[in-house]
Design a protein around this ligand. Structure first.
Ligand code: HEC
Ligand code: HEC
Ligand code: HEC
Ligand code: HEC
Length: 117
């Protein structure tokens, strides 16, 4: 009986630890969560994911194409901007568990209709 109780305590303890770790998730990444936190967290759970992790599934030149703009707005493309080209790290602008705004908004007031804070 004692071992059973110990086992139960361990299991319950495990559940509490897990729920304490629960993180806000983006709907659009539901599939990613199905394959586990480490699909993104390639640098361990205590660190932010690397850009390479996002680039497993996303492609920077495709993104630059998707968010391309015309005329005087051409250089406002967040994925190919006049300041950083295609080199800005994803997490300067995109959050996963917390809302975030694109770093451009620190200094400008652009309209990014497709952005999900
Ligand atoms: C295992 C694959 C996978 C990984 C890893 C991944 N994503 Fe995604 N992501 C997707 C899929 C699938 C979608 C939904 C389809 C789409 O919009 O491309 C998506 C959607 C998104 C969207 C929203 C698109 C919209 O609808 O506006 C953003 C922003 C995004 N991902 C950023 C990131 C960032 C930043 C990382 C790294 C921290 C990342 N993703 C890692 C697969 C992935
Ligand atoms: C789609 C990619 C993705 C998935 C899947 C994901 N994370 Fe994250 N995680 C991020 C990003 C991006 C950040 C940094 C920005 C933020 O917090 O919004 C982060 C940050 C964190 C942090 C904060 C680390 C620090 O240094 O402050 C924790 C803790 C964390 N994630 C836990 C989890 C857990 C637990 C899961 C699985 C339930 C998970 N993450 C799944 C992308 C992801
Ligand atoms: C730390 C502040 C800062 C950040 C962050 C920043 N910019 Fe700028 N940006 C400036 C300054 C300063 C100028 C030059 C002054 C001007 O012409 O407005 C400028 C000029 C521009 C211009 C030409 C002028 C205009 O307003 O049309 C564009 C386009 C631009 N930035 C796009 C971006 C984009 C896209 C991002 C995000 C990827 C970004 N900037 C991030 C400070 C910033
Ligand atoms: C300088 C800021 C910035 C950086 C860096 C950045 N993004 Fe974005 N991203 C944005 C903004 C802003 C939008 C919305 C653009 C719009 O509304 O036209 C966006 C849109 C997206 C979308 C949706 C595209 C669509 O057509 O709906 C995805 C997916 C995405 N980003 C993924 C990424 C990934 C992955 C990285 C890193 C490889 C990254 N982004 C780097 C600012 C950024």
């Amino acid at each position: 009986m004692k071992t059973v109780n110990t086992l139960l305590a361990l299991i319950l303890g495990g559940c509490i630890a897990l729920s304490a770790q629960a993180q806000d998730q983006r709907d659009y990444h539901e599939m990613v969560y199905d394959s586990g936190c480490k699909t993104c967290h390639d640098q361990g759970m205590k660190a932010f994911p690397s850009d390479e992790s996002c680039l497993q599934c996303h492609d920077m030149s495709e993104l630059a194409e998707q968010t391309k703009r015309e005329g005087h707005e051409a250089q406002q493309n967040p994925h190919d901007s006049m300041h950083y080209g295609q080199e800005a790290p994803c997490m300067e602008c995109h959050g996963e568990h917390k809302p975030k705004q694109a770093i451009c908004m620190d200094c400008h007031n652009f309209d990014f209709p497709k952005f999900k804070q």
